[in-house]
Design a protein. Structure first.
Length: 657
């Protein structure tokens, strides 16, 4: 590893507002792909993620629940870590902005800027969105509310959240002082903001109209980092949160070796927070005498056909649901293949299932199955490079070299879908190579034995190269391919990857399909059922119906029964699933797997309870070894979930309807 060959990548730190859906996982998975790629390219890599835990919204929510903010936050932090573990996120550090070292460094940075007169004390009066932790002028509001006299009484922020009027003493950051410097920095560092359209938005919408000074503290609540020299003020969450990217590396601490080694790095963020990262953040760093990030990449959103994911719409897809049913790698593959990173993308169950069936099962899975089967059948499992070429070898090798170059170019530009498309170009060409060389014909003649083995070697090498390129995206799949090819290596470096590996061990005696085909209709129906539709969404103020109207005959097809819990246990290898044995009055007992473990930490309390189940759902295989025979009905409200029960004197098996 050469000196200074380092790479630092960060996700935005997440705001703890409940369970993270598939869109929230998107950025984290993308950064994980980059981190894995850079490590395989020989870079000393540091990957940061974490939680942004201060602000009025957190304080209010904790007070509503009768908790301290820390008591409210701690379980959420553990839930996020559990999700990242499920998604196999290879982060090097998980920061919480409540960490002592971070708070101390933020206080010192504030005092430095105050001493430099970059921060001054004044008074703020204006509109504030608690949900967004953001200030807005009246002209920035999407909608303005007025009373009968035409006086503005409130409004709606661009995010859709209501704003409230705030008047309080505050410290301001002199942002306008650095506007010319920032524009010059954009000009001299054309790759600083990507995609390019984000830079134009910042210049035209925020800088050229006049960069206003930023209100930097609050006195109306206490849950934040207190200003050291004036503790009645707490630091604005965006000043606090942005500094995490350097405090996590040790900036402002006794050991800042990682900061000196890895900063500046790359900040990967959603497009909705590009302004904070490309205007406030570089100015803050410059004022502190530090370098801005190498790049801020503002990617698009993962949307549904009817817009952003929302529980009220009943269109939320959760990562853990998909992973537990389909495995991790198909989810990672879909997110980064189906969407052009930087632009918005739309998730549909149909496209997700089709990608698994066509790309993974048909193209890649069949290539591996055919190759391993032929090597076993025609050469007793051995992979031999005999050097007796066919007329098609050079074309395959040249295509592999071209794919290699294009893959690295795409990865360096964060064009993940392009990189995956290049891999599938090689997969397609290798499948065609089988048809061109017809190994089954060569096997009929002893004279073609060496040519046949050369063909089998080229197939194995293509798969080894394909699996190597897939490592950042789907390293579990790569390991399975390596294992079926008889390779003891668990990974291959990407820096100088070429054809020419010398195999010493045989392939597996019988290769198992790594991506079984799915029943499209069944799986699409399952995903749609899980998109907010398997729970009754309740609110004490309003009941929101998530589904469109259906005919009575359609509803009448559902058989809802009373079922008594005979036994319940946690499913090994899952953070979400409980396995129920239930007496539904129709046959012995039945098994149902339900993703409610986090809501019942003492699951044995459910034994003996009588629940409501949909009894006539088609059984489905889960976690590869369980068959779930129905669905337990539950209700979700205010971040909690409870199963629906009935009176104890109602017998098991009684029909509900």
């Amino acid at each position: 590893m050469t000196e200074n060959k380092t790479f630092y990548i960060t996700t935005p730190i997440y705001y703890p507002s409940g369970k993270l859906h598939l869109g929230s996982s998107y950025t984290t998975i993308a950064c994980d792909v980059l981190a894995r790629y850079k490590r395989l390219m020989g870079f000393d890599t540091f990957y940061l993620t974490g939680l942004d835990e201060h602000g009025m919204k957190i304080q209010r929510k904790a007070e509503e629940l009768g908790l301290t903010p820390k008591e409210y936050l701690d379980p959420m932090a553990e839930d996020v870590k559990a999700l990242w573990k499920l998604l196999d996120i290879s982060y090097d550090k998980f920061i919480r902005t409540t960490d002592d070292y971070h708070e101390k460094a933020v206080q010192e940075a504030f005092e430095q800027l105050l001493a430099q007169d970059d921060i001054y004390l004044g008074k703020y009066a204006g509109w504030y969105s608690v949900s967004d932790e953001e200030y807005f002028t009246e002209t920035q509001l999407e909608e303005v509310f007025r009373d009968e006299n035409g006086i503005v009484t409130g409004g709606i922020a661009p995010s859709g959240h209501e704003v409230e009027w705030v008047e309080e003493e505050t410290y301001f950051f002199r942002m306008g002082k650095y506007a010319d410097w920032l524009l010059d920095y954009y000009e001299t560092h054309p790759d600083f903001i990507q995609p390019e359209i984000r830079k134009n938005e910042m210049i035209n919408n925020f800088i050229k109209p006049g960069l206003e000074d930023l209100a930097l503290t609050r006195t109306s609540f206490t849950w934040g980092i207190p200003v050291k020299s004036n503790p009645k003020h707490v630091v604005y969450v965006w000043f606090d949160a942005l500094l995490n990217y350097i405090t996590a590396l040790g900036y402002g601490s006794e050991d800042d070796s990682n900061f000196k080694k890895f900063w500046p790095g790359i900040n990967m963020v959603g497009k909705e927070i590009v302004r904070f990262h490309t205007i406030y953040w570089p100015i803050m760093l410059h004022a502190l005498g530090l370098k801005p990030p190498v790049q801020v990449f503002g990617h698009g959103w993962l949307l549904m056909k009817d817009g952003k994911m929302s529980k009220s719409k009943g269109n939320v897809v959760y990562s853990d649901m998909l992973v537990e049913r389909y495995g991790l790698d198909p989810v990672r593959y879909y997110l980064l293949r189906a969407i052009s990173f930087g632009a918005d993308g739309i998730f549909t169950p149909e496209d997700f299932v089709d990608r698994i069936n066509y790309d993974l099962a048909n193209d890649l899975g069949n290539l591996l199955n055919r190759t391993v089967a032929m090597i076993n059948k025609y050469n007793a499992g051995k992979i031999e490079n005999t050097g007796v070429a066919t007329e098609f070898d050079t074309d395959l090798e040249n295509l592999a070299a071209k794919v290699t170059a294009n893959y690295h170019t795409a990865m360096d530009k964060f064009e993940f879908n392009v990189a995956l498309a290049e891999i599938w170009t090689l997969i397609s060409r290798t499948n065609k190579y089988i048809d061109e060389t017809a190994p089954w014909v060569l096997a009929k003649s002893d004279d073609d034995k060496e040519k046949l083995n050369n063909v089998l070697y080229h197939l194995a090498e293509s798969l080894r190269v394909i699996a190597s390129f897939l490592q950042p995206f789907m390293h579990g799949t790569s390991e399975k391919i390596f294992a079926q090819l008889g390779l003891s290596e668990t990974q291959f470096a990407l820096e100088n990857l070429t054809f020419g590996y010398a195999y010493t061990a045989p392939v597996v005696a019988k290769g198992e399909p790594i991506f079984p085909r799915l029943d499209t209709e069944e799986e699409v129906a399952y995903i749609k059922t899980q998109m907010g539709g398997n729970t009754v969404v309740a609110d004490e103020k309003e009941l929101i119906l998530n589904k469109s109207e259906i005919e009575f005959d359609t509803f009448d097809k559902s058989e809802i029964r009373v079922a008594e819990v005979v036994a319940v246990e946690r499913v090994e290898g899952s953070n979400k699933l409980l396995k129920f044995e239930l007496n539904a009055g129709d046959k012995g007992t039945r098994t149902i797997l339900s993703g409610i473990a986090q809501f019942y930490p003492e699951e044995q309390e459910l034994v003996g309870k009588k629940l409501q189940i949909v009894a006539n759902l088609k059984p489905r295989k889960m976690m590869k070894k369980y068959v779930s025979e129905g669905m337990i009905l539950s209700a979700e409200f205010d971040g909690k979930l409870r199963v629906l029960t009935v009176d104890s004197d109602i017998p098991a098996g009684a029909l509900i309807g």
